[in-house]
Unconditional design. Structure first.
Length: 283
């Protein structure tokens, strides 16, 4: 009887967990209700604890008066997820992100963050590199971040992410020729889950052409490829921005007709920053 009850409770918890995950993007209050039920039914479920940490963390970011309470709940859930499955690098990376992103009063701690980096590195060399990059970036250790990226893209040439991130560094440093090479390498890399880094690289090739005033045709082709192949996703640039960048490139290229076509498409967005940029281009 006890075993049957435990199985039923775990099934109910899984249902509540899935409902919580589905609600996270649109209704945090509803997600919180579902994850609280899942926690009651299966407190020893590591994924339930991890999703609890994420939901409470998002609440903390959005709340004003109750932010500290939500942050503490988030930390407690993330720590419990790691305690239940200490070999799970995704859970440890979630805890790492909390330590790096939260203020000290809410539990943020750079020393504890580095301890998570070390634990992740022991579990997986590749995940350890990604954890170190996150740590260096968020603690503004620019030299260490750039050096590790440069090394990683040589050691893991098949991974698009390292080429892409290094290309962004070069672009920011106005090393445009090298940025073109790194971003192009990202588009050709064999490994990229969901193709997100490859698609972002196509977009950034267009921006690099724009910023440098060089290889305009290559930049135009890259943005056209992006528009033709990129889905709507939170981790990809909005397509109206791609149309606006194309309009800028066509203006540099002396093609007023194509510039106006892409401005018209960009102008369909309600993005206030984009609207300001469109007005500035039309002056």
């Amino acid at each position: 009887m006890t075993t049957c009850f435990a199985v039923a409770a775990n099934g109910d918890a899984q249902q509540e967990l899935q409902l919580a995950k589905a609600a996270m993007a649109t209704n945090l209050d509803l997600a919180e209700k579902h994850i609280d039920k899942a926690l009651t039914k299966a407190p020893q479920n590591a994924e339930v604890q991890f999703i609890c940490g994420r939901i409470m963390g998002q609440h903390a970011e959005n709340a004003i008066f109750s932010a500290l309470s939500y942050a503490r709940k988030s930390l407690a859930c993330l720590k419990q997820a790691v305690a239940l499955q200490p070999e799970n690098t995704a859970y440890r990376k979630g805890l790492l992100s909390f330590y790096l992103g939260a203020p000290g009063i809410a539990g943020g701690d750079k020393q504890l963050a580095w301890q998570e980096v070390e634990q992740i590195t022991q579990l997986s060399a590749l995940q350890g590199i990604l954890a170190k990059l996150s740590y260096y970036r968020q603690t503004e250790q620019t030299t260490q971040y750039q050096q590790l990226l440069a090394h990683s893209r040589q050691h893991y040439p098949e991974l698009a992410e390292f080429h892409y991130r290094y290309g962004l560094v070069l672009q920011e440093n106005k090393q445009y020729k090298d940025a073109f090479h790194a971003l192009t390498a990202a588009t050709l890399a064999a490994q990229d889950e969901d193709g997100i880094y490859r698609l972002n690289a196509w977009y950034q090739i267009g921006r690099t052409a724009l910023f440098s005033g060089q290889q305009l045709e290559q930049g135009i082709q890259a943005l056209n490829y992006y528009l033709a192949n990129a889905p709507e996703a939170d981790n990809l640039p909005d397509k109206p921005w791609a149309h606006f960048r194309l309009a800028q490139l066509h203006k540099l290229n002396g093609d007023n007709n194509l510039m106006q076509q892409h401005l018209k498409l960009a102008n369909q967005s309600n993005d206030k920053e984009l609207q300001r940029e469109i007005r500035r281009l039309q002056r």
